[in-house]
Design a protein around this ligand. Structure first.
Ligand code: FAD
Length: 473
């Protein structure tokens, strides 16, 4: 492959800026077009998940581009879930029995800015802002942009176009509307939306509640969560149905009912959110959905990556991590083929085809796991059987750190196995433990070795059943 090939990247969000950096490091001529202003110069984060849970898969990508230490400086470790009941009692459930396994809260804006700064250090990478892609001609490899600075339109061509323009991707729309090949697309909305709120720091800059946890107020059909920021504040997110239940986004329309709702459901949160009403009526309510599509590429011309290819609901804290992992996987496929490449375009097709083949099963799996976690977080975390299971898993992880991994640990901390493998094993293990607990066959006070053996045997039996019905990798 000629190194001086020209690549257009559409969208300079988390995935696009990382991809630009990596392809820049690899020596390609990369031009990035982003529709919004440069976030390093203008504050544009309002209403868009201000902070995110960043974990091992995302970190693997940072290692690839040499940014692990710089990203670490932006991170606040969260060792577990801090669960708040209606009376304000709290209970911490760690993410893992292994001390070194935790997730991090990171600012979307700061992380994105760092990636843009690093990408821009490469003279073969150019970034353009206020340029919105309107459509892509994937047969001619051209993209049409609207320049918001001049209010004019222009067209650009390239050897390859990669769209990392998020869940509402313009290129994906062009695939769909173009009707030039068999393009499958699905978009499933949850009945719930989300709204961002905040807990501001104390006057001395300290945190109003425990800093190093992901706070959850699970209430069955809805929930509130809070992640810490470096400035002492927390970003709080309310996940709630648009129209179901006693309180919903459609009927929370005035101060009185919003206060009544928080007083009843989240009294301890309300006590540290004097700015609740201001935030509630200022910040937008946004929808949550899953996007799946295929193929992600058109021949060797164009490719979808990140949320543009596979947007997921945020309940596993993996959307960004998965989009970063896309770049790691793409890079590995390029390593495999780049040396043997000639200047022939068909070689990109080989890379795109193999990348999609290896990657899609994993992004489909994390999409499904994220939906599972929606139910787990808002409901099960407060359930006694679930808590008993988590306690047991924690004990097993502590006692057998190299032998036992919960589903959460397989998905979040085992970046060297794919999401699909983590899902199949994790689900089977969950089923096994819940079945053994429900049947009264597991006693937490028994010898741990024999408990582990029982769980392994039951898990293996369930996996074998799955294999028989064709759910194996
Ligand atoms: P985006 O971040 O959406 O970036 C797309 C970029 O393209 C944007 O800059 C956009 O302005 C630009 N763009 C869009 N259209 C065009 C166009 N036509 N032309 C030019 N540019 C365009 N993930 C986690 O890992 N952990 C979490 O805790 C987490 N929490 C979340 C909470 C919420 C409420 C939400 C909604 C998501 C959360 N996610 C989380 C998911 C994460 O935000 C996404 O997976 C991630 O942002 C995907 O990165 P991306 O670059 O593919 O897309």
């Amino acid at each position: 492959m000629r190194k001086q090939q020209n690549i257009i990247i559409i969208g300079a969000g988390l995935c696009g800026s990382l991809l630009a950096l990596r392809l820049g490091q690899r020596g390609y001529n990369v031009t990035v077009y982003e529709m919004r202003p440069d976030l390093r110069k203008v504050n544009i984060s309002a209403g868009r998940s201000i902070n995110l849970a960043f974990s091992n898969r995302g970190n693997k990508a940072m290692k690839l581009v040499g940014l692990e230490d710089k990203v670490k400086a932006l991170c606040i470790p969260m060792y577990g879930r801090m669960i708040h009941d209606r009376n304000g009692n709290t209970f911490q459930s760690n993410y893992s029995g292994r001390k070194h396994e935790y997730i991090n809260s990171v600012s979307r804006g700061q992380l994105n800015a760092l990636l843009l700064d690093e990408a821009e250090k490469h003279e073969n990478v150019s970034l353009y802002f206020n340029k919105k892609c309107k459509s892509v001609n994937f047969q001619k490899i051209t993209a049409l942009f609207k320049d918001y600075n001049t209010n004019t339109e222009f067209e650009e061509d390239a050897d390859v176009i990669i769209a990392t323009d998020g869940a509402g991707s313009a290129m994906r729309k062009s695939y769909f509307l173009g009707k030039k090949f068999l393009f499958s697309f699905s978009q499933d909305y949850l009945t719930h939306g989300y709204k961002e709120l905040s807990i501001l720091p104390n006057n001395d800059g300290s945190y109003k509640t425990f800093k190093n946890a992901l706070h959850i107020w699970p209430r069955g059909n809805f929930m509130l969560i809070a992640l810490p920021n470096l400035d002492g504040s927390f970003t709080v997110t309310l996940f709630l149905s648009y129209d179901e239940g006693e309180y919903n986004f459609n009927n929370l329309t005035n101060d009185k009912i919003v206060l009544e709702f928080f007083k009843k459901e989240f009294p301890d949160a309300l006590a540290i959110m004097p700015n609740l009403l201001k935030d509630f009526f200022k910040n937008p309510t946004a929808a949550l959905g899953t996007v799946k599509c295929s193929p992600w590429h058109y021949k060797g011309n164009t490719l979808l990556m990140g949320d543009a290819a596979h947007a997921i609901v945020p309940f596993y804290g993996q959307g960004m991590n998965a989009s970063f992992e896309d770049v790691v996987e793409f890079d590995a496929v390029m390593n495999k083929y780049e040396q043997s490449f000639s200047a022939d375009k068909a070689n990109w097709e080989t890379v795109f085809t193999e990348y999609e083949k290896t990657r899609k099963k994993d992004t489909d799996a994390i999409a499904d796991l994220a939906i599972d976690n929606f139910y787990e977080m808002r409901n099960h975390v407060a359930n006694t059987m679930f808590q008993e299971k988590r306690k047991l898993e924690m004990t097993l992880e502590k006692a057998f750190p190299n032998e036992y991994y919960s589903k959460y640990a397989l998905v979040t901390f085992n970046e060297d196995i794919g999401y699909r493998e983590a899902m199949l094993k994790g689900r089977a293990q969950d089923k096994a433990i819940l079945k053994l607990l429900a049947d009264g066959k597991l006693n937490i006070n028994d010898d741990l070795k024999s408990i582990l053996k029982q769980i392994k045997q039951e898990t293996e039996a369930i996996l074998e059943d799955d294999r028989i019905v064709g759910m194996k990798n």
